[in-house]
Design a protein. Structure first.
Lengths: 170, 179
């Protein structure tokens, strides 16, 4: 025994026939409204069939579509690979090595330049102490310094008694 | 991956070769004083057998300057600039070979001046020497007057110049050069 809803659906789909169709139509309270609704449903069905039907691709479109998909897939895979690749790539390793060597060389040269004058000054002649006899100049003084040119170490006296020129004799 | 592994291995091999070679440089950088000691020790031992020239030099502005002695050629411009004289005449000189570094000698003498040297031995970078300039008076009786006394570390790298007393229109200089 079919329910009213089942018979209604079948009527809309034109699946009722014979005595069953006549019995159902006579049972409808408002035949005109029912027919209008049936027409409306039919139009809706046609519209849906027309609009939602799968569009068929031509061969060229199919291959083009496949190619686009492959390219998109490849790009995605490349970007994903790039995101996870290590920072120490070969060119970066080489650059880092070259920069490190350059920095080391600069530091070494800088330190060696600072160290060299110290060594030189240590190996120059140095006056450790000096004394002038008071009898040759009570106010005589002595100072020592080093000339930049030729690195001559000089012991400079002041206030010694002057002597006559015959003291220059050989 | 394979390429990176090969590069890493090559880098390690190169570093293992380069680092010992750089160790000397690094050692120099980190221990400049130790290097200086080594160098000066070598220099001090090399001093044995070196000749020390000592001279009593009269500096003046003679109208006709004579040729400067060979020992003073190198430092002549410095002497001219320091003392303001154009002529340098050696009135007494001596050459002494340092063998043990403990020699005593009468370095240079003139009629009125004597330079005594008492070597105390080698030190870092040179010889420790005591110098005495004595003024000799020819009066009766003759007498010696100490003018100046100094202890000096004499190095081959730099000559020693001592300004003595004014003599007439010139200046007495004492010069010691390790040759």
């Amino acid at each position: 025994m079919k329910t009213f809803e089942e018979k209604w659906t079948a009527w809309l789909d034109d699946k009722l026939a014979g005595a069953e169709l006549a019995a159902f139509e006579s049972s409808l309270p408002d035949r005109a409204a029912a027919e209008a609704e049936k027409a409306s449903v039919r139009q809706l069905r046609l519209l849906l069939k027309r609009e939602l039907s799968p569009s068929m691709m031509t061969n060229e479109e199919f291959f083009s579509h496949q190619l686009r998909e492959r390219i998109a897939l490849g790009q995605a895979s490349t970007s994903a690979h790039g995101a996870h690749s290590p920072w120490w790539t070969v060119p970066r390793l080489l650059w880092s090595g070259a920069v490190s060597v350059a920095v080391f060389a600069l530091c070494a040269v800088w330190v060696m330049q600072d160290a060299e004058p110290l060594e030189q000054s240590q190996s120059l002649t140095q006056v450790l102490n000096a004394r002038l006899d008071p009898t040759v100049g009570p106010d005589a003084t002595v100072t020592m310094f080093e000339t930049k040119e030729n690195r001559v170490t000089v012991l400079w006296t002041e206030g010694l008694k002057s002597l006559p020129s015959d003291y220059a004799a050989k | 991956m394979k390429r990176r592994l090969m590069i890493a291995i090559t880098s390690i091999v190169l570093a293992s070769g380069v680092l010992p070679a750089q160790a000397g440089l690094l050692d120099n950088v980190l221990h400049p004083f130790r290097t200086a000691r080594r160098a000066s020790g070598k220099s001090a031992s090399a001093h044995a057998g070196e000749v020390v020239w000592s001279g009593l030099v009269m500096a003046d502005n003679a109208p006709a300057p004579s040729k400067v002695p060979a020992e003073l050629e190198k430092i002549e411009p410095t002497l001219k600039e320091l003392f303001g004289y154009s002529h340098f005449d050696v009135i007494g000189q001596s050459r002494n070979r340092l063998v043990t570094g403990q020699e005593d000698w009468q370095a240079a003498s003139s009629k009125h001046f004597v330079l005594h040297v008492d070597a105390q031995g080698e030190n870092e970078g040179g010889y420790i020497i005591n110098l005495k300039l004595v003024q000799h008076e020819t009066t009766e009786p003759p007498s010696d007057q100490l003018v100046l006394e100094t202890a000096t570390k004499l190095s081959k790298r730099s000559p020693l110049v001592i300004k003595g007393p004014q003599v007439g229109g010139g200046q007495l200089l004492l010069v010691l050069v390790v040759q």
